[in-house]
Design a protein. Structure first.
Ligand SMILES: Nc1nc2c(ncn2[C@@H]2O[C@H](COP(=O)(O)OP(=O)(O)OP(=O)(O)O)[C@@H](O)[C@H]2O)c(=O)[nH]1
Ligand SMILES: [Mg+2]
Lengths: 307, 446
């Protein structure tokens, strides 16, 4: 079931048992007490917002209560929503391509959804009549090149590939040259999944980025690095974002697998701590299951539950 | 490190209440607040944490603090015991069918590591003398079959597939005949990743299960999973009655609290841990190591246990006597050192001490195995008299000792200085503060 469908269903269910947990916390009582904050803590933590961000938020609210002399729980809810939104502000979602050739390098840990997200982005811009090209930069994982090629065939998009085991930077180099020669608008470079703690693999990633940067500079192409995070991930996403950002300067995040029951709240912490904007969300396995990130919708979904 | 260590925080909490005989409710609450934070930071599910903490509180309040431990360590000990109990004691192996083939079915979310784990398991089983057959039942993800075939080639093991236009149930069924005719005694089914709430796809797994009746259904879970681990595990277990869990990507820096959540929710054992991308990177799961990892405190408990085991209690008593009378000599020093060394390689032991896990700190540490070799060489080059009374060691003796031990005068000096400091410390301890051998029995690490 797609995310939109889920949201629609969700809205329909408002009357019949679809629960907004946060609203319940604030409207179901007359006093602002410890229990309220504890329930809020529970909801935030269970959405993977993370310990640190959760307690920062709760401390802020407690301050608000004191300073603004708030006594009504419902009034406090408005403060809560304001604080939460301010954490995600300025995130418009989507890309802003303004060069003749735009290059996206996609990075992330194993199994996060990089290759699928690439296919989804390619599908979207192909539909907008852009000339799209893919580069099979995962030369490591068994079957990774074929996986991208199958997507390329399905979407009718050119895939630049070498053999398994070849140098990923060389693939990227080839791809940029080819993209330039063929007048491509958007080149998306896949990379092998790697744990952010594997220093040698992170060095290799830096090298791929250097090659892309160098070749792009020559032809004034735009380059951006997209980090793919799995919404099922907990606190480790912060470490992932930090280390990938240190290595290759992440410009944006794609949050995948939001069609499950995981809430992906950890991106709030990531945003809060690293100021990396969230651009896209993945809501399924098909090419069309990609949406621009929308803070309001995201927050709404964060606290909803079907009970 | 992103997470400040629990052990350090507990240290702060307990510095204020050193020397108390019993754990009061207030002490325990203060300590458990830190434990709760640590567990949440490790991604243990909120509800699981809540239950767990209240159980510990019940157990800990009023407990007499064990002689050899500080109150903080005692609470950690209880926490750790409870955690280990929760996560299951000893290792559990795969059920082997009395009548071949043994069928193992891998299930889990997308991207959790099923295919790689299937390959790793095949390798392990073949090393154990089995003849495994890998079965490509993921017909959905592009090139998933190809991925398994490549792994099979690398392992030189057969892979059964019927292409991606067949039904996974038929593939599973077909693999049994194939196994029989190819002399394979074990079948490993690699199924497609799926969401636990995807009814149709979950039914597919139920159908495979109903058709081939696997001996072992393993749920593959990513160690980085957050709060949602409970939903995933609950659903898969309810639908399929899984037999165990494989925890993947343990080579990263995730604390892996999902392990605790899943065990608490399903009661099913975690059987294997994936520790790298290579096919050899599969380990039997160790609940004890996992609890320390989740708590973010190194293997502090293992250290305490090891210390208790390898330090000869008789000798320890004699030593305590000597310490009390201030008769501690370099000979005793060497003996103590040997006992410490019996616990294992130095870097490993140091790695278990909270706050010393980071490689950087280890590098700055002056004590490594080589250093200990030097110390031993130096002391053995001394005469018995010198060992008993280092004060007699003058300049020319130092030179002799340095030469005899193949070290330098500076190193001899450093050892003598360290020894003097230790004696001074002992004296202070004897003069009152340390009545009952508090702290670890390892004076040289304090
Ligand atoms: N339900 C769901 N599944 C997804 C989504 N995005 C990707 N997947 C699935 O997750 C699995 C892994 O996706 P890949 O795109 O291969 O992930 P990757 O990061 O390229 O993986 P590696 O190259 O192995 O590191 C596949 O089964 C995808 O179909 C999503 O938004 N929702
Ligand atoms: Mg990939």
């Amino acid at each position: 079931m797609g995310f939109l469908q889920r949201l629609k269903d969700g809205l329909k269910k408002t009357k019949e048992g679809f629960v907004d947990k946060v609203t319940n916390i604030f409207t179901g009582r007359t006093n602002i007490d410890d229990e309220l904050f504890e329930e809020l803590e529970e909801v935030l933590i269970q959405a993977d917002v993370g310990v640190k961000t959760t307690f920062t938020l709760i401390d802020k609210l407690k301050d608000d209560v004191e300073k603004e002399e708030i006594t009504e729980p419902e009034e406090l809810m408005q403060y809560f929503q304001k604080e939460l939104k301010s954490l995600l502000q300025n995130d418009e979602g989507g890309f802003n391509f303004d060069k003749d050739l735009n290059i996206i390098m996609v990075v992330g840990v194993n199994g996060a959804g990089k290759t699928t997200t690439i296919a989804k982005i390619a599908g979207r811009y192909k539909d907008q009549d852009k000339k799209v090209m893919l580069a099979a930069g995962d030369t490591f994982r068994a079957g990774a090149i074929e996986q991208l090629q199958i997507w390329g065939d399905r979407l009718g998009v050119n895939v630049i590939a070498q053999q398994e085991g070849s140098d990923a930077a060389a693939v990227a180099y080839d791809a940029v040259q080819s993209a330039r020669a063929k007048g491509v608008d958007l080149l998306i470079v896949d990379t092998a999944g790697r744990l952010h703690t594997q220093t040698n693999l992170m060095e290799e990633l830096k090298k791929v980025k250097r090659v892309i940067d160098r070749e792009a500079a020559e032809i004034k192409a735009g380059v951006e690095v997209l980090l793919v995070l799995d919404a099922t991930t907990g606190q480790n996403a912060i470490s992932q974002a930090k280390l990938f950002n240190d290595a290759v300067n992440v410009d944006g995040i794609a949050l995948t697998k939001l069609d499950g029951t995981a809430k992906g709240g950890i991106v709030i912490a990531v945003k809060n701590e690293l100021q990396i904007p969230i651009k896209l969300i993945g809501v399924g396995e098909a090419a069309e299951d990609l949406q621009n990130f929308d803070p309001d919708e995201f927050i709404k979904a964060l606290f909803s539950s079907e009970e | 490190m992103i997470f400040s260590s629990l052990a350090e925080k507990l240290q702060d909490t307990f510095d204020k209440l050193r020397g108390k005989g019993k754990l009061t409710e207030k002490d325990v609450k203060a300590a458990l607040k830190e434990v709760k934070m640590a567990l949440l930071e490790a991604d243990v599910n909120y509800k699981v944490v809540k239950d767990f903490i209240s159980k510990i509180e019940e157990r800990a309040v009023g407990k007499e603090v064990m002689e050899s431990l500080t109150p903080g360590q005692h609470v950690i000990k209880i926490v750790n015991e409870e955690m280990q109990e929760l996560m299951g004691g000893s290792k559990e192996d795969i059920a082997i069918s009395s009548e071949p083939p043994t069928i193992i079915m891998m299930v889990g979310l997308q991207g959790s590591g099923k295919t790689t784990s299937a390959g790793k398991l095949a390798r392990k089983l073949s090393k154990d003398g089995k003849n495994p057959l890998l079965v490509a039942a993921d017909v959905y993800r592009p090139a998933a079959i190809r991925q398994l075939q490549v792994l099979g080639e690398r392992l030189e093991l057969p892979v059964f597939s019927m292409g991606e236009d067949s039904n996974p149930v038929d593939i599973a069924k077909g693999s049994i005949n194939y196994a029989a005719s190819h002399n394979c005694d074990t079948i490993i089914l690699d199924t497609a990743g799926r969401l636990h709430i995807d009814q149709e796809m979950m039914e597919e797994l139920e159908n495979i299960k109903g058709t081939v009746e696997p001996d072992e259904i393993l749920l593959v879970v990513d160690a980085m999973t957050g709060q949602d681990a409970v939903n995933v595990a609950k659903n898969f277990d309810q639908r399929l009655d899984i037999d165990g869990i494989v925890l993947t990507k343990m080579d990263g820096d995730a604390r892996g609290g999902a392990a605790l959540s899943i065990k608490a929710i399903t009661g099913k054992p975690i059987k294997f841990a994936g520790t790298g991308e290579k096919l050899a990177d599969l380990e039997t799961f160790h609940p004890d190591r996992m609890s320390s990892r989740i708590l973010g405190m190194g293997d502090v408990l293992s250290l305490i246990e090891k210390a208790e085991k390898s330090i000869d209690q008789e000798k320890a008593k004699a030593l305590e006597e000597k310490l009390r009378k201030n008769e501690f000599t370099l000979e005793d020093f060497m003996e103590q050192m040997e006992q410490v060394r019996n616990m294992g390689p130095m870097d490993e032991i140091l790695g278990m001490i909270p706050g010393m896990g980071g490689a950087k700190q280890l590098k700055n540490m002056q004590v490594d195995d080589k250093q200990l070799d030097y110390i031993e060489a130096i002391i053995s080059s001394m005469t018995p008299e010198e060992r008993r009374d280092p004060e007699v060691i003058n300049g020319s003796r130092r030179k002799r000792i340095a030469q005899g031990s193949g070290t330098s005068i500076q190193e001899v000096n450093r050892l003598l200085k360290q020894f003097r400091q230790i004696k001074k410390m002992m004296k202070q301890l004897n003069s009152g503060k340390m009545k009952k051998g508090g702290g670890l029995n390892l004076p040289f690490f304090n």
